[in-house]
Design a protein around this ligand. Structure first.
Ligand code: GTP
Ligand code: MG
Length: 436
């Protein structure tokens, strides 16, 4: 129900100088009049007063009043700045509940902003991304999203699709109007081809940017004793993993995160891969194989002074993956394009290589781009419909083909939330924090 008045504590639930209790809906202003000595409300002002519960003063507060249409939710809204103890904040919240408010669900304020047409769904995504951002680049991309980058990106594509759909429909509905442009498969095909390549480019950029934003899931693999754990430690600049000259030292996965100049690595050091009858090591190797499956990047370490068939077997096995081969122990024997000595912390050949590899992608932060998995998944589904359409365009009747195009278009609508779908909306906003 959209007409009830909702409330929530919008600040973190811990002791602090102030907390904010928020309210949105028709009753907001009346409730404040009822529970405080603020009787003469001025919209879009901050007023000073006191909150009372059955005659007892609970707190001294500042209350911001936002008028419907000019508030975050587009409804009448109130923000009570109270003293930040958890106890007082909760008292005020309970008072609002007693006076007829309902506790907001997570994300419900933003959901109302969307349902009342103040922001589209991609911007709602960005609100959440901004709250969850833990790095400058994540925050920057969320702000771009809030400024409408996704709409700017996909609207031209959507407009073109809509034009073509309506022209096809005119052809179908009014075959007698021969003056109308005839949308034959020859006419439509180049459009579809260009949409396919645009959608592919958007997906490709978004996926490259995801790595820049969230870091590259990277596994360090190789046969035992080549220096995998030494490399992890050198990258992390601390002795996180145990290093010994005994083959099979590492059994569990050891994780760490390192921020290089152009890319962050979410690193996993693994057990050396080889044939073994030893039970614990065997389990370690199974874990290694699982980690490899999940990884965005494989760093295969070899001992430059002792390259064997086992190394070559691993090179062959993962040749189709995003893999770099690192020749370690360059202090003993310097070979290979990326030669390092993990022991001596001399790993710049590897870090320079990685920085160069992701140098171009870093500039994606300044482009309009799809921002998250939800948007990318919808663009992929749209792309599938377009490809299906392209394959059938020469064989199927035009009214069959237009249904593919319709679906492709609707998936793009869903990115912006232009087509109201209750399930989708509820699902999305549930990931939000309470009070946002
Ligand atoms: N000379 C030299 N020795 C190295 C270098 N890197 C590692 N080592 C030595 O190689 C041995 C094995 O190193 P680790 O880092 O434990 O190797 P690992 O690949 O993690 O080994 P497992 O965990 O057993 O699979 C240790 O004695 C290291 O000191 C290097 O760059 N040069
Ligand atoms: Mg190790």
């Amino acid at each position: 129900m959209l007409n009830d008045t909702i409330c929530a504590i919008s600040t973190a639930l811990k002791d602090g100088a102030i907390s904010i209790v928020r309210m949105s809906g028709d009753l907001s202003f009346d409730i404040i009049k009822e529970i405080s000595d603020i009787k003469d409300i001025k919209a879009n002002h901050i007023l000073y007063g006191h909150i009372y519960d059955e005659g007892n003063m609970i707190d001294e507060v500042l209350v911001s009043f936002f008028e419907a249409g000019r508030s975050y939710t587009r409804e009448n809204m109130v923000e009570i700045n109270c003293h930040g103890g958890i106890y007082v904040t909760r008292l005020i919240l309970n008072l609002l509940l007693k006076k007829g408010c309902r506790l907001a669900e997570p994300g419900e304020f933003t959901k109302r902003a969307y349902l009342n047409g103040r922001i589209d769904l991609s911007k709602a995504d960005s609100v959440n991304d901004l709250i969850k951002a833990s790095s400058a680049i994540q925050a920057r991309s969320a702000i771009r999203g809030l400024q409408g980058s996704v709409e700017r990106l996909i609207m031209p594509l959507m407009d073109e699709m809509k034009d073509v759909i309506s022209m096809i429909e005119v052809n179908i509905d009014y075959p007698e109007y021969e003056d109308e442009k005839q949308m034959s498969s020859e006419v439509i095909k180049p459009y579809v081809a260009s949409w396919i390549s645009k959608a592919e480019e958007m997906i490709n950029k978004a996926e490259r940017f995801r790595v820049i934003k969230d870091g590259l899931d990277t596994v360090i693999i190789g046969k035992p004793n080549v220096g995998k754990s030494s490399l992890l430690n050198a990258l992390l600049e601390k002795d996180k993993a145990i290093v010994t000259d005994i083959a099979g030292t590492t059994r569990d996965l050891v994780e760490g995160k390192v921020n290089l100049k152009n890319i962050s690595l979410n690193l996993i050091d693994t057990a050396g891969i080889h044939e073994t009858g030893e039970q614990i090591e065997k389990i370690g190797i199974e874990k290694t194989l699982e980690a490899i499956e999940q990884a965005d990047l494989i760093i295969l370490v070899v001992d430059a002074s002792d390259i064997t068939d086992e190394d070559k077997e691993l090179m062959e096995r993962y040749k189709d993956r995003n893999m770099i081969i690192v020749h370690n122990k360059s202090d003993l024997n310097k070979t290979g394009e990326i030669a390092i000595s993990a022991l001596n912390k001399d790993i710049s050949a590897l870090t320079d290589y990685l920085n160069r590899k992701y140098e171009n992608d870093i500039s994606l932060v300044d482009e309009d781009i799809l921002n998250n998995e939800r948007q990318i998944a919808l663009m992929k589904r749209s792309l599938e419909e377009l490809k299906h359409m392209y394959e059938h365009i020469d064989y199927d009747a035009i009214d069959m083909i237009v249904t593919d195009l319709d679906s492709a278009y609707h998936y793009l609508c869903q990115i912006l939330g232009k087509e109201y779908q209750e399930d989708l909306i509820d699902h999305m906003f549930r990931n939000f924090c309470l009070g946002k």
